[in-house]
Every structure is written in C-alpha cells, then in structure tokens.
Design a protein around this ligand. Structure first.
Ligand SMILES: NC(=O)c1ccc[n+]([C@@H]2O[C@H](COP(=O)([O-])OP(=O)(O)OC[C@H]3O[C@@H](n4cnc5c(N)ncnc54)[C@H](OP(=O)(O)O)[C@@H]3O)[C@@H](O)[C@H]2O)c1
Length: 282
C-alpha cells in the first residue's frame, strides 16, 4: 500500500516533528449505523488489504472499529486508525483531552494514529485552547499525529499564531465535482497533507454522463475513476462502502491509469458540496 510521511511541523522552527507513515488509501466508516455493519465492513476491508480506517466519535462506531482490528489478527502497528473530536465537543483544552481519552476507550486501543479536530470549533475563542489540548494528546503519546478537518485557508492561517505544531493533515471534501485546488495548496503550504473525504460525493454523481463516459473510456467503473482522480491529485483517499463487492472494487481503483483524461476531469468541476462545508465558516 502506497504511503505518505505526514508530520506535525514546529511553528517556530519549521522542523518536521512526530513523523508518521500513513497509507494513502483507506476505508471511511461514516453512516454504518446498523449493529455489526461497521465491524464486518472493517474486517472485510482489512482482509482485502486496507490498512487505514477513518472513523469519528460522531459516527458512533469507534467500538466496532476497535473490535474488528483486534479480531483481524493483524498487528496493531500495521493498521492506521484515524478518529475525530466532534465539533460540539470542541470547547476547551480540558474537554479535548478528555474526549481523546474517551475515543481511546471506545476503540479499546492504547493509541490512535491520527486525531483530527472534526471541524473548526464554532466558538472562535475556543480554537486556540482546543488545539493546545490536541497538542497535549500528542505529547502524551495518545495519538501519533494530530490534524484538522474542514479547515479553510483562513482557519489554517490563524493557526500560525496559536499553534506550537501545525496540523499534519487537513481532511476536506474533495472529488471530481469539488476539486478545490486553492484549498489543497493552502493546506500543503502549512505542511498538512490533504485527505479527501466523500471522494464519491456520497454516490450522488456516479450515474452522470460525464463520469460514466470517462469510466467507459478507461474500462473501469465510475466509482473507480472518481477515487483514482482523488488519489492522483495527491490526496489520501477514504471511500466508504458497507458492501464487500464495492470495498474490493474501490481498492482496485488504485490500478486504474487515468492518463489522457485530465481535460475531461477538469470539466466535471461544479463546486458541488455533497454534505456540509464548514471550511467557509468565519
Ligand atoms: N471530516 C468530515 O467532515 C467527513 C465528512 C464526510 C465523510 N468523511 C469521511 O469520509 C468517508 C467517505 O465519505 P462518505 O462516506 O461521505 O462518502 P463517499 O465515500 O463519497 O460515498 C459513500 C457512498 O457511495 C456508495 N458507494 C461506495 N462505493 C461505491 C461503488 N463502488 N459504487 C457505487 N456506489 C458506491 C456507498 O454506498 P454503500 O455503502 O451501500 O456501498 C455510500 O452511499 C466517510 O465514511 C468518513 O470516514 C468525513
């Protein structure tokens, strides 16, 4: 599995600290609400070769992710676990530290690999103390890396004034219909790798003629074309599926060669947001 080295970079010296290898492809587990659905999906994905799982306290399935990891028999250090601090819980330094411990308890793990602030705290005054809480989780060894999600360029710029280390990752919605070159560049500009969530735009666009035509010309499925576009754009990519055939199909997208389709993908851009978009919050 291809990986990136991600790092929390010192804001004062620019030194890359807390470097970690992170697989560039994984399974998202949002909206796996049926009891056992998340556990069986993660177990199947791990059997197929997935090594990155993206969950969140908000998804209510951290416990099943942990169970699947233990049952898989795969050594813990071969699996990369991402979870997130809920936006309504992102209120203070103390609450951030406490919620991180709660996520570890839910997961049944000693550490996570990447802990993300799920979205910019609503209270602008809470953003600095929340991040300082994240830094404490990192220095306590509860997580190997810290990052953010749904941060716009202005949120990242503000961090330069209050962070000791900058985020290793910014997880944002990216797909062929929402390509965001400026936000990707702003994230990389502060040392954060881009992680593409909803790479399939939640399935909303997979029957459109644009992506279907590209996929037909490549001999792959529309989902595979969309996933590989995100991956080739340099993003860590985490499609969700609860269906074994699709979990395998999505992994096989990494073999697809998109050469020659650049202009057709560029034409799919339509600033389409499939879920929420906190990047535009003040
Ligand atoms: N940080 C954030 O704010 C945030 C927000 C959203 C998502 N995320 C993360 O990103 C992950 C992925 O995003 P997402 O779940 O929103 O959406 P997504 O991965 O873009 O799309 C998932 C949808 O597409 C369907 N699907 C999956 N593979 C398919 C295939 N090969 N062919 C046709 N349909 C397919 C799934 O249905 P089936 O399950 O029935 O196959 C599901 O309905 C989430 O699970 C979560 O981990 C993070």
């Amino acid at each position: 599995m291809d990986s990136f080295t991600i790092a929390n970079t010192s804001t004062s010296t620019g030194e890359r600290l807390h470097q970690v290898d992170m697989p560039r492809f994984g399974l998202g587990v949002y909206l796996m609400g049926e009891p056992g659905e998340c556990k069986s999906s993660v177990l199947y994905a791990l059997e197929q070769g997935y090594r990155l799982i993206d969950t969140a306290m908000a998804y209510g399935n951290e416990d099943e992710v942990g169970q699947a990891i233990r049952e898989s028999g795969i050594p813990r250090d071969n699996i990369f676990v991402v979870t997130k601090l809920r936006q309504p819980h992102a209120n203070s330094h103390e609450e951030t530290v406490q919620r991180c411990q709660q996520s570890l308890e839910n997961l049944g793990l000693d550490y996570m690999d990447l802990y993300l602030v799920h979205a910019p705290p609503k209270d602008i005054g809470a953003r600095a103390p929340v991040w300082q809480g994240m830094e404490e989780c990192l220095s306590n060894g509860w997580t190997r890396s810290i990052g953010v999600s749904n941060y716009g360029a202005h949120h990242l710029d503000a961090m330069l004034s209050y962070a000791s280390v900058m985020p290793s990752v910014n997880q944002i919605e990216i797909n062929p219909w929402l390509q965001r070159p400026a936000l990707r560049a702003a994230s990389e500009g502060v040392g954060a790798k881009v992680m593409a969530y909803s790479p399939l735009a939640r399935g909303h666009k997979l029957d459109d003629s644009g992506i279907s035509g590209i996929a037909a010309s490549l001999g792959c499925t529309p989902a595979q074309a969309a996933i590989k576009w995100c991956f080739d754009a340099g993003a860590i990519t985490i499609p969700k599926s609860s269906k074994p055939t699709r979990i395998s199909e999505n992994l096989a997208s990494l073999e697809v060669d998109l050469s020659g389709t650049e202009e057709e993908f560029a034409a799919l851009e339509e600033s389409y947001v499939s879920g929420w978009d906190p990047t535009s919050e003040p």
